[in-house]
Design a binder for this molecule. Structure first.
Ligand SMILES: NC(=O)c1ccc[n+]([C@@H]2O[C@H](COP(=O)([O-])OP(=O)(O)OC[C@H]3O[C@@H](n4cnc5c(N)ncnc54)[C@H](O)[C@@H]3O)[C@@H](O)[C@H]2O)c1
Ligand SMILES: N[C@@H](CCC=O)C(=O)O
Length: 524
């Protein structure tokens, strides 16, 4: 089979996160931050079929820690350019889809090598562009490399002989073939990892794509695109098309020649894409495949048997890591009444230690929220929260720090059905809910429309087993935080309104970008 042409690869291993307490590593990140700052204001082109394009409209990428700093500009797509991108992607599909799987996998591995050499530059760009702290930025980087390495290996598995029941009269085989041209529409919050994962899975399987990055993170997207070019990816396999969601995004979603849409983002946009994609357009000859990964309202349950220090740590890290802007963020803590007061106190003690500020400085753990719209939305939720629970920590904005800063905010005594306990706020706001017992806590945890991540802190084996059966989330954790899924270790994706449970970083993921052809030949 094809895959045997390929060099022997080491088994997949997750890239370790950098240790910034090491002075050399710290120095490298400081240097990278200086280097990236020198490039502030640079303009990045749209690239279609290997050719660069400019447009009249530019997307301005602002540093949310310091809003007078412009990280860069990208040209913003027009419908004409979106049309051209689809056309060029189909041209490239003719040869790319026939390129042996091992060669496509090699491109991913080469891109991973290029990325590794620029590790801190990529990290620094995320620190400036989306306000990740050093560790969060490096974790995002490591996940991106992991996706490239993991999907390269996975493609070889999909390309190898597939097990079928044998019968004496026929020679049978099952081949996975690509779908065609896809639209890749990622979010800004894992601006490298998720974009890389979605794009690399689509192309390693032989598809070609139009990549429309989120408007808040176009510079890091452009840098990844440059890495693909450096790796020698043939023109037109990935067409880089920054542009607005409403214009470029919808144009692609509705396009009759788009075969699949891989989207990660909010519930509302995901549902709209689902609806638009379901409607066949004149000339369309397929049912568009949609892979839609959406939001969460994730819960951490703590019972009376739990280690409360560890639970407090897990609650604070899950609620406020990257300012609560993770789909996996533990925005609800559901605590049984016997340990409620004690644990709430411990959570506050931990929250008091959080250092907030410009994340270019390593000591700042909590950075800004992404943009003015998010800042206003979160502020409004804090006001709603004041009528729904007791504000016991934070609650203020801190514009004087120079960016979109909002204090880590904690409400206690929140009803499970309150808006701040049901709606995704996507900011540093934690709702603490009191439950009578474990059973009630589990019921509350399951009572939202989402089902992405969840955690239980407990020493009771029976309850852990019960939660395995009944806690209805795609990623369930015990006695640890509910964020930080690792590629290959914790395939990631959620239930219900959290999406189509695509399980990024898992063995089923590449299958979503493929169709299987069963081939049968009678033995004469
Ligand atoms: N489940 C997951 O794996 C996962 C991972 C990360 C983020 N998220 C979710 O993503 C959201 C945050 O990301 P966001 O703010 O970038 O989400 P978003 O829905 O606003 O945007 C996501 C992408 O969709 C594009 N878009 C917007 N409107 C569009 C339209 N009408 N048609 C086509 N494309 C359109 C955007 O430009 C962007 O590229 C949160 O809800 C978070 O929970 C989910
Ligand atoms: N996969 C990430 C979350 C991605 C969504 O924002 C995690 O597990 O924390």
């Amino acid at each position: 089979m094809e895959a045997t042409n390929f060099m022997i690869l080491k088994p997949f291993e997750n890239l370790k996160i950098a240790d910034f307490s090491n002075s050399e590593t710290e120095f490298m990140m400081k240097k990278a931050l200086e280097k990236v700052a020198v490039e502030f204001g640079k303009e990045y082109d749209i690239v279609i079929g290997g050719k660069a394009y400019k447009s009249d409209k530019k997307i301005k990428s602002i540093n949310p820690s310091k809003t007078d700093e412009i990280v860069g500009y990208t040209n913003s797509a027009t419908e004409e350019l979106a049309e051209l991108a689809v056309e060029k992607a189909w041209e490239a599909f003719k040869t790319w889809s026939k390129t042996p799987a091992y060669k496509r996998a090699e491109f991913l591995l080469k891109t991973a090598d290029i990325l590794r050499k620029k590790r801190f530059e990529f990290g620094a760009t995320m620190i400036y562009e989306v306000g990740k702290n050093w560790v969060e930025a490096d974790a995002d980087f490591a996940e991106a490399v992991d996706f490239l390495e993991f999907y390269a290996r996975e493609m070889l598995r999909y390309a190898s002989e597939q097990p079928l029941v044998r019968i004496p009269t026929e020679k049978n085989e099952l081949r996975y073939i690509p779908l065609g041209v896809g639209a890749i529409i990622p979010p800004w919050n894992f601006p490298l990892a998720i974009l890389v994962g979605m794009t690399s899975a689509a192309i390693v399987t032989g598809n070609t794509v139009v990549l429309k990055p989120a408007s808040d993170s176009t510079v890091i997207a452009a840098k990844f695109f440059e890495a693909l070019q450096e790796a020698g990816l043939p023109d037109g396999v990935v067409n880089f098309l920054p542009g607005s969601g409403a214009l470029a995004g919808e144009y692609l979603v509705k396009h009759p020649k788009i075969r699949f849409i891989s989207f990660t983002g909010s519930k509302d946009v995901g549902l709209r894409i689902n609806e638009l994609a379901a409607r066949p357009q004149p000339g369309q000859i397929w049912i568009k495949r949609t892979i839609l990964e959406m939001g969460g309202k994730d819960a951490i349950i703590v019972d009376e048997t739990a280690d409360l220090d560890s639970a407090a740590e897990g609650i604070v890290t899950s609620a406020f890591g990257f300012q609560g802007q993770k789909c996996s963020a533990g925005s609800r803590a559901i605590i049984v009444k016997d340990v409620y007061d004690k644990l709430v106190e411990k959570v506050i003690e931990k929250a008091e230690k959080i250092k907030m500020g410009d994340v270019r400085f390593r000591e700042n753990w909590l950075g800004p929220v992404i943009n003015h719209g998010a800042f206003e939305k979160i502020k409004a939720y804090i006001e709603i929260g004041k009528n729904e629970g007791n504000l016991i920590f934070g609650g203020n904005t801190r514009e004087e720090l120079g960016g979109f800063f909002i204090e880590p905010t904690i409400f206690k005594d929140v009803d499970g059905n309150a808006r701040i306990a049901q709606e995704e706020i996507f900011g540093p706001v934690l709702a603490i809910i009191k439950a009578n017992d474990f059973e009630e806590a589990l019921h509350i945890a399951n009572s939202t429309e989402y089902g992405l991540t969840g955690a239980l802190y407990s020493k009771s084996r029976d309850r852990i087993e019960k939660a395995k059966e009944e806690f209805h989330v795609g990623n369930l954790y015990f006695n640890r935080k509910c964020t930080g899924a690792l590629v290959g270790v914790h395939p990631f994706g959620g239930f219900n309104m959290s999406g189509t449970d695509s399980k990024a970083g898992g063995r089923d993921y590449l299958g979503l970008f493929l169709q299987a052809k069963a081939i049968s030949e009678k033995i004469l």
